[in-house]
Design a protein around this ligand. Structure first.
Ligand SMILES: Nc1nc2c(ncn2[C@@H]2O[C@H](COP(=O)(O)OP(=O)(O)O)[C@@H](O)[C@H]2O)c(=O)[nH]1
Ligand SMILES: [Mg+2]
Length: 395
C-alpha cells in the first residue's frame, strides 16, 4: 500500500493495544530475517574487516546471518570502510561509536542491536576460526545456552597465535576465572562465543561495561539467575596469528581484568572502576610521602609548605593515572582535561575535609584507636572522591 510516496507496512494488533508486531514487508523479496548476528568489535582493524566478511560468507553459506561491526571511531578509518561494505551488502551493518572506548561495551552494544535468535562475537583480526560458527550454532540449537569457541580443548591449540608470555598470562587468567565460573571451562577468556539472544536480553542490565573479558562476565551473571546454572558447550579450534594490525592488549587491560575478578567476587558491590580508583589512591599516598620527605628534608621547606606541595603533586598524579587507567573509556582531553583537573582538586579538597572530620570523631570516641580512625577517614575520602568525581569530573 502506498500513501503519498510512503510505503506503509501492515501492523498486526494483538488483543492488548500496546503490543504490536510487524509483518514482513510484502515487497522485500529475497529478504529473510537473520538467524544469527555476528558482532565484530573493532579498533584500528581497517585491513581485516573486508576479508573477514568474505570468510564469514563462506563459513555461513546457507545460514541467514548479519555482521554488525562496532567501531570506536578508529583513527585508521575502519568505520568508513565498514560503512562502504554496509552500503554494498545488506547483511553488513556498522555501529560507529564516537567518544567511547572499550571492548566489553562495544560487544554489548552490538548484541543489543541484534534482532536475530542467536548472537555471537568474533574478533576482527582473524585469530578466531569462523569456520566453526555453524557447529556453534548447531550446539545452541541443541540446547546449549552459551557456546564457547575454545582455544584449549581437544584438538584446539593456542600455541600458534600466542607469544610465550601471553600464553602463560592466559593460563593464569583461565585458572583465576575458573574460581568464578565454578566450572572446568577450558577457555573462559575466549572472545569467541555464541548465545541465545533471549538469554542476553535477560542479563544485559547486570553486565559490566568495563574491560575486555565479556564472556566471563556473561557466564557469571547468567549463572546467578534464579533459573539456575547455564549449560555451556565448547567447540575447539586452532587459534591463529593476527592477520593485519596490532593487538590492543595492554597493562590497562590486565588491571581491568583483575578488577573484574574482584568486582565479581564482591557481587558487583565494588565496581571495577572503584577498585582502580582506590589503587590509584594508594599510589597517591606513596607519592605524597616521597614529595613530603624530599621537600622537608632535602629542600628545607617548612612543614606546612612541604605538606601543601606534596598534596598538590599527589592530587595531580592521581588525576593523571585515573584519567589514563580508571576512566580510559572517557578520557578527558584538550580543554576538558584542564577543567577536569580543577574539578578534581576541588572534590579532593572536600574529600580531605570528610576524611579528617570522620577520623577525628572516631579518634575522640571511647573506642579511640588512631590506626582504625585513620583507616576509616581514608576510606571515607576514597568513597567520597570516587562518587563525586564520577558526577563532576568523569561524567
Ligand atoms: N570497539 C572496540 N573494539 C576493540 C577495542 N579494543 C579491542 N577491540 C577489538 O577487540 C578484538 C580483540 O582485540 P585484540 O587487540 O586482538 O586483543 P588480543 O587478541 O587479546 O591481543 C579486536 O577485533 C579489536 O579490534 C575497543 O576499545 N573498542
Ligand atoms: Mg587478537
Amino acid at each position: 500500500m502506498r500513501v503519498g510516496g510512503l510505503r506503509h507496512f501492515p501492523i498486526l494488533r494483538t488483543e492488548k493495544d500496546d503490543t504490536m508486531t510487524y509483518e514482513n514487508p510484502p515487497s522485500a523479496t529475497g529478504w529473510s530475517a537473520p538467524t544469527l548476528t555476528v558482532v565484530i568489535p573493532t579498533f584500528n582493524e581497517r585491513y581485516n574487516i573486508a576479508p573477514l566478511i568474505e570468510k564469514l560468507e563462506i563459513a555461513l553459506a546457507g545460514i541467514s546471518f548479519e555482521a554488525i561491526i562496532v567501531d570506536d571511531d578508529s583513527p585508521d578509518g575502519t568505520a568508513e570502510l565498514a560503512k562502504s561494505l554496509a552500503a554494498a551488502k545488506p547483511h553488513v551493518r556498522c555501529i560507529h561509536r564516537v567518544g567511547r572506548r572499550g571492548l566489553s561495551s562495544a560487544c554489548i552494544e552490538g548484541m543489543s542491536a541484534s534482532a536475530a535468535d542467536f548472537v555471537s562475537v568474533i574478533d576482527a583480526d582473524h585469530q578466531h576460526d569462523e569456520s566453526i560458527l555453524p557447529q556453534m550454532l548447531a550446539a545452541a540449537r541443541d540446547g546449549a545456552d552459551i557456546v564457547v569457541g575454545s582455544r584449549y580443548t581437544g584438538e584446539g591449540s593456542s600455541t600458534e597465535g600466542f607469544s610465550a608470555g601471553r600464553q602463560k598470562g592466559s593460563e593464569i587468567a583461565t585458572r583465576l576465572s575458573g574460581i568464578l565460573t565454578g566450572k572446568a571451562l577450558s577457555d573462559p577468556m575466549s572472545g569467541f562465543f555464541l548465545l541465545r539472544r533471549s538469554l542476553f536480553n535477560d542479563i544485559v542490565p547486570r553486565l559490566s561495561r568495563e574491560g575486555f573479558k565479556i564472556l566471563l562476565d556473561i557466564i557469571v551473571t547468567a549463572n546467578r539467575r534464579k533459573s539456575g546454572k547455564v549449560e555451556i558447550a565448547e567447540i575447539p579450534y586452532t587459534f591463529r596469528p593476527r592477520f593485519a594490525g596490532e593487538s590492543k592488549m595492554s597493562a590497562l587491560v590486565v588491571a581491568q581484568f583483575l578488577g573484574l575478578i574482584v568486582s565479581q567476587i564482591s557481587r558487583g558491590i565494588l565496581p571495577t572502576s572503584f577498585l582502580l580508583f582506590s589503587l590509584v589512591g594508594a599510589s597517591g599516598v606513596l607519592v605524597h610521602l616521597s614529595v613530603l620527605t624530599f621537600a622537608f628534608e632535602a629542600l628545607s621547606f617548612n612543614f606546612a609548605n612541604a605538606q601543601l606541595l606534596a598534596t598538590l603533586v599527589a592530587m595531580t598524579t592521581n588525576y593523571l593515572l585515573n584519567n589514563e587507567l580508571t576512566y580510559a573509556d572517557k578520557k578527558l582531553r584538550g580543554r576538558r582535561f584542564w577543567t577536569g583537573l580543577l574539578s578534581f582538586y576541588a572534590v579532593c579538597s572536600f574529600g580531605t575535609l570528610a576524611n579528617v572530620s570522620v577520623a577525628s570523631v572516631l579518634f575522640e570516641s571511647q573506642y579511640a584507636n588512631f590506626l582504625l580512625a585513620g583507616i576509616a577517614g581514608a576510606t571515607m575520602s576514597v568513597v567520597f572522591n570516587y562518587a563525586v568525581t564520577r558526577i563532576f569530573t568523569w561524567r
